[in-house]
Design a protein around this ligand. Structure first.
Ligand code: GLP
Length: 256
C-alpha cells in the first residue's frame, strides 16, 4: 500500500561498517558528540538487542568522565502493556539494567511509558502530552524490526500515527520471544510512539545489524515508501543517519 506518493523523498546518510560492534561504537560516538555539544539534549531511546552495545559505550563514557547525561532528557519509544516497571521483561527494566542504573541520567528527566497503567489509552495520552511539553526530540535512536517496524509501529501503521495502543503482530511476538527473561510469551499489546512522533525528531539515528535485518533495511532505504514497511517512512525525514553492519547492508544496491 503506497502512502502519499507525491512526497519528495530525501537522501539519508548511510554508514556501513564491517561488524555490528563497529556500527554500535560509531552510533555511541554520534550520541556522545551530540550530548557534549548540547548537554540538555532530548534523546529518544530504543530497546532491543541491537542498542545494548551502544548503551555499554555510553556508560563507559560516563565512567571515564568524558560526558555527563545529568542534564539530558530521555523518552523511550515503547512499552509492553501489562508489565510494571519492576517486571524484568518490561522495557523500563531493560533501560534501567542496560543504561540508567549505571550512568548519570536524572530520574526526573527520564520519561517511560507506564506498562502497568489500568487505562492504556489514558497512559498514551499522558505520554503524548509529556512529549509535546518537552519541546520535541533532538536525537531519536531507532532499531528496525525484521518486519520493518520502528518502535512498535507494525506494518499497516499510518504516517500520521501518534502515541497509541497497538496490537503486536505474530512476527514480532515470535522475534521478541527469545529475549524474554521471565515471561513465556510476549504480551500482545504495547504502547508506542507513532510514526509522526518519530518523524518529528530533529535527527534520527537508525542502527540495524545482522542478516535478519537485511530485507527490512533494503525495503526501508530503497522504497517505495509503504505502510507495509514502516521503516520506509524514514525516507520522508531530512536528517536520518543509518548505521549498518555489512550483513544488514548486504541487499542494498548502493552500500553507502
Ligand atoms: C523491538 C522494539 C523496537 C526494536 C526492534 C528490534 O520489538 N519495539 O524498538 O528496534 O524490536 O529489536 P532488536 O534490536 O532486538 O532486533
Amino acid at each position: 500500500m503506497m502512502t502519499d506518493p507525491s512526497f519528495e523523498h530525501c537522501q539519508p546518510t548511510i554508514h556501513v561498517f564491517p561488524t555490528a560492534t563497529d556500527a554500535a561504537d560509531a552510533v555511541a560516538l554520534h550520541i556522545l558528540e551530540k550530548v557534549k555539544d548540547h548537554p540538555k539534549a532530548v534523546l529518544g531511546l530504543a530497546t532491543g538487542q541491537t542498542p545494548r552495545r551502544v548503551y555499554a559505550r555510553l556508560i563507559e563514557a560516563v565512567h571515564n568522565g568524558a560526558v555527563s547525561f545529568d542534564q539530558a532528557t530521555t523518552f523511550n519509544l515503547d512499552e509492553y502493556c501489562g508489565l510494571p516497571a519492576t517486571h524484568p521483561d518490561s522495557f523500563a527494566a531493560f533501560m534501567r539494567r542496560e543504561l540508567f542504573d549505571q550512568s548519570d541520567f536524572a530520574d526526573s528527566r527520564v520519561n517511560l511509558i507506564d506498562g502497568s497503567a489500568t487505562d492504556n489509552q489514558a497512559e498514551a495520552r499522558r505520554y503524548a502530552q509529556c512529549l509535546q511539553t518537552s519541546g520535541g526530540i533532538d536525537l531519536q535512536l531507532l532499531g528496525l524490526g525484521t518486519n520493518g517496524h520502528i518502535g512498535f509501529n507494525e506494518p499497516g501503521s499510518d504516517a500520521g500515527s501518534r502515541v497509541r495502543v497497538v496490537d503486536l503482530t505474530e512476527d514480532t511476538l515470535e522475534a521478541n520471544r527469545p529475549t524474554l527473561l521471565q515471561l513465556d510469551a510476549v504480551p500482545g499489546k504495547a504502547i508506542t510512539m507513532g510514526i509522526a512522533d518519530i518523524l518529528d525528531a530533529r535527527k534520527i539515528i537508525m542502527l540495524a545489524t545482522g542478516e535478519a535485518k537485511a530485507e527490512a533495511v533494503c525495503r526501508s532505504l530503497e522504497g517505495p515508501e509503504s505502510a507495509d514497511c514502516p521503516g520506509s517512512y524514514l525516507l520522508r525525514h531530512r536528517n536520518v543517519h543509518w548505521y549498518l553492519d555489512a550483513d544488514a547492508a548486504s541487499l542494498l544496491a548502493d552500500r553507502g
